[in-house]
Design a binder for this molecule. Structure first.
Ligand SMILES: *[C@@H]1O[C@H](CO)[C@@H](O)[C@H](O)[C@H]1NC(C)=O
Ligand SMILES: *[C@@H]1O[C@H](CO)[C@@H](O)[C@H](O)[C@H]1NC(C)=O
Ligand SMILES: *[C@@H]1O[C@H](CO)[C@@H](O)[C@H](O)[C@H]1NC(C)=O
Ligand SMILES: *[C@@H]1O[C@H](CO)[C@@H](O)[C@H](O)[C@H]1NC(C)=O
Ligand SMILES: *[C@@H]1O[C@H](CO)[C@@H](O)[C@H](O)[C@H]1NC(C)=O
Ligand SMILES: *[C@@H]1O[C@H](CO)[C@@H](O)[C@H](O)[C@H]1NC(C)=O
Length: 368
């Protein structure tokens, strides 16, 4: 009896381990779309020659030098590639300029500053915003279509190949709101565009499925009300909006939850339309919120609203003196959730990746 129990426990342990890695290792490539949360070098290549961020100390923790990633080290997409057993994803703008890179193992189309909607949308709606890049989601999809002929040739070949690929459609959409809020747009102006932003994301997801994608992860947006940039610059910093337990701004977080709720509802419709595809929602909001709620439990000993790299001051943040242009960099980034007030540290991204791969923050589960 006793022995049977032990054997069963052993069996369960090892089957579980085997299942995880088997499920992840079935992916032979990863294709990623998005913004600075997952850009591994497209933005710096798209503005080559201009003295823009990310300069040192970006990359200081992991790569030792700036790579175009907007963090001190690896991003969620890097940890996912590692778990799948693939190299870190090369940026599309490097792949097209270097014929010796094997694009068949995956390509990253994400560009820092990208929006889900094209910049012209905001202009025609007279929503004041700014454009950091024109390489929005639709441009990234065009890049994918251009590259496709070098990935696979016949329809059958493409079908077989994309079946074993993991597609990440985002995170994207956060900047559609970030840039407008930063330029004075209010909730009343931006609430009505949420269905349109979500429409761009779900249209992109549909298009990829029509192109052969079967396994797709579509992330929601972060709790923007917890970001240093919002807390430092928001005109709404009145007492009733500050959350008494987290110090995050409730109305901005409520807005992020509205977007995420809408996205999940639309993904449910997509699942009905494309029943052969596995459309996974990734809860970036919940995955990061647990860090903001219980920072000490994850090793974050510093105040959650303070950035590691910035221009000094109580939150170490000044929008006109962003990280890289000053010398106020903390000595231990892993004690901070926030890297530059707009992006998170490698330590925070590592926890988020674990939450997606081993935890409950994907639905249906990425790893069953
Ligand atoms: C092109 O890519 C290969 C393989 O990653 C690399 O070894 C080589 O240095 C790259 N060439 C240039 C000019 O960057
Ligand atoms: C985006 O495109 C518009 C119109 O072509 C151009 O005026 C603007 O400079 C571009 N912006 C960026 C950041 O490239
Ligand atoms: C999404 O696709 C539908 C149907 O083709 C179209 O009517 C709609 O304008 C698209 N939405 C966006 C935001 O591109
Ligand atoms: C404050 O934050 C906590 C934790 O995220 C959340 O459960 C609660 O609803 C927030 N309070 C308000 C008033 O939004
Ligand atoms: C931010 O930096 C600018 C430029 O150095 C400076 O003029 C301004 O006073 C700073 N703002 C704050 C709030 O520290
Ligand atoms: C496999 O999944 C289980 C349960 O989700 C988790 O506890 C374990 O750490 C995972 N193992 C690996 C190797 O990822």
């Amino acid at each position: 009896m006793k022995h049977t129990a032990i054997i069963l426990i052993l069996l369960q342990c090892c089957l579980a381990l085997k299942t995880n890695s088997t499920i992840l290792h079935k992916y032979e490539s990863i294709f990623n779309f998005g913004d600075s949360l997952s850009d591994t070098g497209n933005f710096i290549r798209s503005v080559a020659g201009l003295p823009v961020v990310p300069k040192f100390p970006y990359g200081k923790t992991y790569f030792g030098h700036p790579t175009g990633r907007f963090s001190d080290g690896r991003l969620i997409i890097d940890f996912i590639a590692e778990a799948v057993g693939l190299p870190h994803l090369k940026p599309y703008l490097e792949v097209v300029n270097n014929g010796s890179i094997d694009a068949r193992r995956g390509v990253n189309f994400a560009v820092a500053g990208a929006t889900a909607l094209d910049p012209t949308f905001f202009a025609t709606r007279k929503i004041r915003t700014f454009t950091m890049t024109n390489n929005s989601l639709s441009v990234q999809l065009d890049w994918f279509k251009k590259l496709k002929s070098s990935l696979c040739t016949t329809q059958q070949d493409c079908k077989t190949y994309f079946k074993k690929s993991l597609f990440l459609v985002g995170e994207i959409g956060g900047n559609d709101y970030n840039f407008a809020f930063a330029n004075g747009a209010n909730f009343e102006q931006l609430r009505p565009i949420v269905p349109i932003v979500v429409g761009a994301i779900t249209n992109a997801t549909s298009m990829l499925i029509e192109d052969g994608a079967v396994e797709l992860v579509v992330p929601g947006i972060l709790p923007m009300g917890c970001m240093t940039s919002y807390i430092a610059t928001s005109p709404l910093l009145d007492k009733d909006d500050v959350n008494t337990t987290t110090s995050c701004l409730n109305r901005y977080n409520e807005f992020a939850r509205y977007h995420n709720g809408y996205l999940q509802q639309e993904l449910q419709h997509l699942r009905q339309k494309h029943s052969h595809a596995r459309i996974i929602y990734a809860d970036y909001y919940g995955d990061s919120m647990r860090l903001f709620e219980s920072p000490k439990q994850y090793g974050f000993s510093k105040l959650i609203q303070v950035a590691c790299c910035g221009a000094g001051g109580p939150l170490n943040f000044n929008v006109s003196m962003m990280c890289g242009s000053s010398s106020h960099t903390c000595t231990d980034p892993s004690a901070f959730i926030q890297w530059d007030g707009v992006h998170l540290t490698e330590a925070a991204y590592r926890h988020m990746a674990t939450g997606l791969l081993d935890g409950p923050f994907t639905s249906p589960r990425l790893v069953a």
